[in-house]
Design a protein around this ligand. Structure first.
Ligand code: SAH
Length: 216
């Protein structure tokens, strides 16, 4: 996205600094070390983009606490400003981190998370880059460790290749999703679905949205 200059971006981020987390000295073990509510379910979105899903999900679910990771600060600035503009529509249950999924274990302890959401993750279609896919088993192993028993992984994508790859990775790990749909918007799971920016774009162009959920 266009950004006049770095200084401008940093000023805008600083104006929403109360919504941004810095890397903790030790990994968070529950929502209580981030929010005022240690008993609230702790959700994580990885690669939140411009924040529609994070803001929509936190507003629709006032009982949860949500942290949204995004590694590109030029994108994150849009997400935090959106969250700030919509703050009247929800309790204080949303934070953002300019962070890479590769460092997740430094942020969250084992069994600390209730839900991990991956939405329209970069497909990295070249075979040589498979390890960079956020549903490569190297990442999945970390997610399953950080999720508490009964916690859930949720994944949406327009990309059939990435979806197939994800199902293969899960199968290789002996994991079976309880929900798999290749056309989310025309499925029973469409109700209550919070759309992301990519999701709106791709579905307007006629692409079907794939989704899976897996409870650990
Ligand atoms: N979830 C949004 C954006 C999808 S594009 C939507 O559905 O509209 C994928 C996003 O994930 C990009 O903004 C990209 O910067 C971010 N991303 C990719 N790899 C990441 C990683 N390893 N850690 C954190 N964010 C990542």
């Amino acid at each position: 996205m266009r950004m006049r200059n770095k200084k401008h971006r940093d000023e805008r981020l600083a104006a929403c600094g109360h919504l941004l987390l810095s890397r903790p000295e030790k990994p968070h073990s529950d929502a209580g070390s981030i929010f005022d509510r240690s008993d609230a379910p702790l959700w994580l979105e990885i690669g939140c983009g411009k924040g529609d899903f994070a803001v929509g999900t936190a507003s629709a679910n006032p009982d949860i606490c949500l942290v949204a990771f995004e590694r590109v600060s030029n994108v994150m600035v849009v997400a935090v400003e959106k969250a700030e503009a919509a703050k009247e529509s929800r309790p204080d249950n949303l934070r953002f981190a300019i962070a890479d999924a590769a460092g997740l274990s430094e942020w969250f302890g084992d069994g600390s998370l209730d839900v991990i959401c991956l939405n329209f993750s970069d497909p990295w279609p070249k075979k040589g880059y498979a390890k960079r896919r956020l549903t490569h088993r190297g990442f999945l192993e970390v997610y399953f460790r950080l999720l508490k028993p009964g916690g859930q992984l949720r994944f949406k994508t327009d990309n059939a290749g990435l979806f197939d790859f994800t199902l293969e990775e899960l199968a290789a790990m002996g994991k079976t999703p309880e929900t798999v749909t290749r056309d989310l918007h025309n499925s029973p799971y469409a109700e209550g679905n919070v759309m992301t920016e990519y999701e709106r774009n791709f579905s307007e162009k006629g692409f079907a949205i794939h989704m899976l959920t897996l409870t650990v």
